[in-house]
Write a protein that binds this ligand. Structure first.
Ligand code: ZN
Length: 159
């Protein structure tokens, strides 16, 4: 396992569309383990493979509540309901925050790392997180639609 380098905004790979995973082989499993390690290292709640420079439709997430965490491969949003506003950040745009309108609830179908079909009914922060990460697979960043975009320098954030 290894911590991978996070691709920052300005790198054009973040604007590219990620490709579906056709086979969950050892290379993909290693990518998933590295993505988890990288997400935890940088205190993210989600990470898409493109953020470590791999154009594959793989996402890891962990809200840190002990419940809402996992891996989704080739995810598709099947349902969107309602609206919510949430202040978001992104490991590819360090120190940048903004308010984004997201669905209040989403239903996501995907594969897990064993290749099994899974369905996630997400609301609140999980709906935000999964929507944000799935946007990454399409080359979309939260700042594309965010309002009140502002920078917060690390020294202003209480550790
Ligand atoms: Zn992001």
């Amino acid at each position: 396992m290894a911590i991978r380098k996070i691709v920052l905004e300005g790198d054009e790979i973040l604007r590219k569309k990620s490709k579906p995973v056709e086979k969950i082989d050892d290379k993909i499993l290693e990518l998933i383990e590295d993505m988890k390690e990288t997400m935890y290292k940088y205190d993210g709640i989600g990470l898409a493979a493109v953020q470590v420079g791999i154009l594959k439709r793989v996402i890891v997430y962990d809200l840190g509540d002990g419940l809402n965490k996992g891996v989704i491969i080739n995810p598709v949003i099947k349902q969107r309901k309602g609206k919510q506003w949430c202040e978001e950040g992104c490991l590819s745009l360090p120190n940048v925050f903004g308010e984004v309108q997201r669905p209040a609830k989403v239903v996501v179908e995907a594969l897990n790392e064993k290749g099994e079909n899974i369905t996630i009914s997400a609301k609140d922060l999980l709906a935000v997180c999964l929507s944000h990460e799935i946007d990454h697979l399409e080359g979309i960043l939260f700042v594309d639609t965010a309002e009140n975009i502002h920078e917060v320098m690390p020294e202003d954030i209480q550790k």
